[in-house]
Design a protein around this ligand. Sequence first.
Ligand code: CP
Ligand code: NVA
Length: 302
Amino acid sequence: MRHFLHLLDLTGEQISELLTEAIRFKAARARRALPKPLADRVIALVFEKPSLRTRVSFESAILQLGGSSLYLAGADVGLGWRESNADIARTLNQFVDAVVLRVFKQSTLDELARWSSIPIVNGLSDLEHPCQALADVMTIVELFGTVAGKTVTFVGDGNNVSRSLAVAVGKLGGTFILSAPAGYGFDAEFTQWYATNIGNPLSEISDPTAAVAHADVIYTDVWTSMGQEAEREKRLKDFTGYQVNESLLAKAPSHTKVLHCLPAHRDEEITDGVMESPASVVFQQAGNRMYAQMAVLAKLVS
Ligand code: CP
Ligand code: NVA
């Protein structure tokens, strides 16, 4: 593992190892006994889009593991337009030990990684959100002891969050169901990749009620992702009927838990009632971002 760009590149075993480490970091922090594998290391965060969880959890993780972080707004760096990504990568290599990026295009990350001698970490792109997915499967392990044999139903968009989650769940032996309106499912290339590389089939069930009938986890995310703001009105209409609300939750088994990567648009993709219900574990899930990323950084940088 040189970079952390796509979960597609990792084996189930590598994901499990990261989870074991993440759970160890969480226990060590509770004992106030975190190790300092990032001592004397400097990690840059370059974000083209806003963030609360990703930025704060990375900065806090780096500090607690003994390193230092510096945050650069994407507009200041000008990835690919102020200068080429190849030049940016080879310059950053001289100053810092790793770079975490949040970008509009996955191709920006892939290009930086090609030119970079230091690790590049994907803090969200248009196609993937692998740090989120790692925290998500960590949360499922905390709740159920395992991901293998569990069913995760994502009600919403076939977007960055659902793609990475589908890969993480599939690689750990779980079943992933996407319930999206027509036109918002996964693309054919991804579906084909999944069928070839993951043992468990990927199901797309457009009726949310049928999709959650056997769900151990119901997951949702915003209908309009960052960068898609111009499509918001159309998406609000197209996603009608795909809200995770009390009546949909009642169609799922009584043990079902609800996850959301946050930020949530309450009363769009999820209701207040579900967010605040005993089934919701969204803040435990958000908290796990930090431990999942500690595991990634310790593996890549120390
Ligand atoms: N879930 C997540 O990535 O949140 P932020 O956009 O606040 O980082
Ligand atoms: N799908 C959302 C996730 C935000 C964490 C987005 O890309 O905006």
